[in-house]
Design a protein around this ligand. Structure first.
Ligand SMILES: O=C(O)CCC(=O)C(=O)O
Ligand SMILES: [Fe+2]
Length: 299
């Protein structure tokens, strides 16, 4: 007798014939109030309300220098460029993202287990956490393309099999994020509804979507309603600043046509109690360098 892989009920249907908006069925902050860690209780309340929390200085200037050098090394390495973990810009063919940097770089591995980083993730997710994904998004100047509006959870649920909204990202600036060089934009409060998107997942969707997303995109009408209701916040900050954001926050970023690169490292933590199962709306999971299938807690 074969046993089907354990898969919980689909709380957040997506990629069907029409767009379906579902109220969030999960908490935003999973720890008991007052859980010890770097976040103050009022900061966790802000995160719960807005779906994000920005930190002016998570890393010192000296630390930034170390991570920035490592980023430049990875991006400049011809072997890395040929590695499937590297995604190139469709037009210029320059490196756009490098995935799983915590596995290929000891320097980024240290960043993931830094108590200022993982400690905050544990407070939000209320458990031990593992890394679902890391990436550097390089966004060089002179025309790097942006990231269209999306909820990360929509993809992680549909294509990677995360059952519940119990994951969180931190985007750490390694170059200054100005209001002009393609910084992250989030709709505050958008994390409280799930936009189940219309359209089936194409085979090997990730190969296209990481250059330019087209499955898992909300309609213009839904985005207009959400923007009218919630507004749009742009995150700026010097190198070393950080933005924590909920897995279901509606976000995106514009092109970078300035001469100034906008290079951020993104770390995605998932609760060990929310480990990936079979994808909810794709034939097979994405490669594990994009969505982890190994759930060892960060210590
Ligand atoms: O780098 C950015 O501005 C946004 C990236 C993003 O949302 C993603 O990679 O999922
Ligand atoms: Fe995203």
């Amino acid at each position: 007798m074969t046993i089907a892989p354990e898969r919980t009920a689909d709380l957040y249907p997506s990629r069907g014939t029409s767009e379906v908006i579902t109220p969030r069925k999960d908490p935003v902050v999973w720890s008991q109030s007052g859980a010890a860690g770097p976040f103050q209780p009022s900061e966790l309340s802000d995160f719960e309300r807005d779906g994000f929390f920005a930190i002016g200085e998570l890393l010192t200037a000296d630390e930034v220098a170390v991570y920035r050098t490592e980023l430049d090394r990875l991006v400049g390495d011809p072997e890395m460029r040929a590695n499937p973990r590297s995604i190139v810009e469709p037009k210029s063919q320059s490196v756009r993202s490098v995935f799983e940097v915590h596995k290929i770089s000891e320097v980024f591995a240290r960043l993931v287990s830094d108590p200022r980083v993982v400690g905050r993730a544990r407070q939000i997710l209320g458990s031990d956490v593992y890394v679902h994904q890391t990436r550097i998004n390089v966004k060089p100047g002179f025309g790097a393309s942006g990231f269209y509006w999306h909820s990360d959870f929509e993809t992680w649920h549909s294509e990677d099999g995360l059952p519940s909204m119990r994951a969180v990202s931190v985007s750490i600036a390694l170059t200054e994020n100005f209001d002009t060089n393609g910084g992250l934009m989030i709709m505050p409060g958008s994390h409280r509804h799930f936009v189940g998107c219309a359209g089936e997942t194409p085979k090997d969707n990730y190969k296209r979507s990481l250059q330019m997303q087209d499955a898992g995109i909300p309609s213009d009408e839904a985005l207009t309603k959400m923007a009218d209701k919630h507004g749009i916040r742009l995150f700026t900050g010097k190198a070393g600043s950080a933005t924590w954001f909920d897995c279901n926050a509606m976000h995106g970023s514009g092109d970078n046509i300035t001469p100034y690169p906008r290079s951020n490292v993104f770390i995605v933590f998932n609760s060990v109690e929310n480990a990936a199962v079979e994808p909810f709306a794709a034939p097979v999971p994405r490669p594990d360098y994009i969505g982890a299938r190994e759930f060892t807690p960060v210590r």
